[in-house]
Design a protein around this ligand. Structure first.
Ligand code: UD1
Length: 336
């Protein structure tokens, strides 16, 4: 039985789908602070298998222990956490409390239950401003905001945990920019309020929920002047979790980038989205967004060598799948 924390969220629902499809049993805990349980109903009807859901916060150590103990959990995929960079500057303590303290309680419950296999959802944001590209796992770390620092502190804590107890098997996954949706169009990203991230914003312009995209700067040192990111299809990202779970055969800590290795500019994303959706995406050029870097993309070689994992889906497919989800669910899960 695999415990997925934050399993009702955007990445979590796709991870649950991958686990169930692989024949694994799943129990999800989620406090539903930024997710909707409808995602899990859809996951179950899509794959024709059921999972167990409990509305529990990872900070509730006793409740987490009971779940691990009662359901015979053997490994944990830990995705629960707050994730908005701007918000983390405004209320840093909530980020430290939910992400760092939450992870400490989760790991403590795991220790008590003698379950020592953990996959942790980290982020490429731990690298901060790139000093070279592509970013490999040896690149120096230097997160530039509280959200990124919570991921960094958790990574360091998990490494200390392994140093103190060599029975642990820990996979740290540094995601680049997750995008797209399951190809059924039934599960996808459902941001609350105005989206911060590019793909959901573009999709909402295409469907008419937002008037126009503001492109944060076209004066970067890139071919078209807009920022370049490594967008990775959420289904590829989800399959990476399964690969690392299978790959954690020996005790140790493995830290892996999950990215495609390809950079796409903001304008390329807009044009690709227009092409696959047949809609126009109105935009205007704004000033640079504080904290943004010009270019960020992964060297995903280590995940390939270690796990045999690599991304398979193109930017066009990410846009097409994101659009299908947006079209079928113009208001996300709220009308379901
Ligand atoms: C952001 C976070 C990162 C987090 C990731 C999760 C920041 C600085 N970084 O990454 O820590 O792990 O989301 O997916 O917030 N853009 C626009 N207009 C928009 C939105 C975005 O031009 O309305 C541009 C951005 O300037 C950037 C690119 O699109 O060049 C991607 O932005 P976004 O989707 O927010 O991701 P990141 O900033 O790369």
């Amino acid at each position: 039985m695999i415990l997925v924390t934050g399993g009702a969220g955007y990445i979590g629902s796709h991870v649950c789908m991958a686990l169930l499809e692989a024949g694994l049993d799943v129990v999800v805990i989620d406090n539903l602070s930024n997710s909707n349980q409808a995602s899990l109903q859809r996951v179950q009807s899509l794959c024709g298998r059921s999972l167990i859901f409990r509305q529990i916060d990872i900070r509730d150590e006793e409740a987490v222990y009971d779940i691990i103990h009662d359901f015979g959990v053997t490994a944990v995929i830990h995705l629960a956490g707050l994730k908005a960079v701007g918000d983390s500057n405004v209320r840093p303590l909530s980020y430290y409390e939910n992400n760092v303290v939450g992870t400490m309680r989760l790991v403590s419950a795991m220790t008590k239950a003698n379950v020592k296999t953990l996959v942790f959802s980290s982020s490429a944001t731990v690298y901060g401003v790139p000093t070279y590209l592509p970013l490999d796992e040896r690149h120096p770390l230097g997160p530039t905001n509280p959200y990124g620092r919570t991921k960094f502190f958790i990574e360091e804590t998990l490494k200390d945990l392994y140093r103190s107890d060599a029975e642990w098997r820990i996979g740290i996954l540094r995601y680049f920019n997750p995008a797209g949706a399951h190809e059924s169009g039934l599960i996808g990203e459902d941001p609350v309020g105005v989206p911060n991230n590019l793909l959901p914003f573009v999709a909402q312009v295409a469907i008419g929920r937002q008037e126009k995209l503001r492109i944060w700067g076209n004066d970067y040192n890139t071919p078209d002047g807009t920022g370049i990111r490594d967008f990775i299809h959420v289904v590829d990202l989800a399959s990476g979790h399964l690969s690392v779970l299978n790959g954690l055969k020996q005790p140790g800590v493995i830290t892996l980038n999950l990215g495609t290795g390809n950079g796409s500019s903001v304008l390329e994303v807009v044009r690709t989205f227009e092409a696959v959706s047949g809609r126009s995406v109105a935009y205007e050029i704004g000033g640079r967004r504080a904290g943004d870097v010009a270019i960020c993309y992964a060297d995903p070689t280590l995940a390939g060598d270690t796990l045999g994992w690599q991304s398979a889906r193109s930017l066009a497919q990410m846009c097409a799948d994101h659009w299908r989800w947006q079209l079928k669910n113009p208001n996300g899960y709220r009308e379901s």
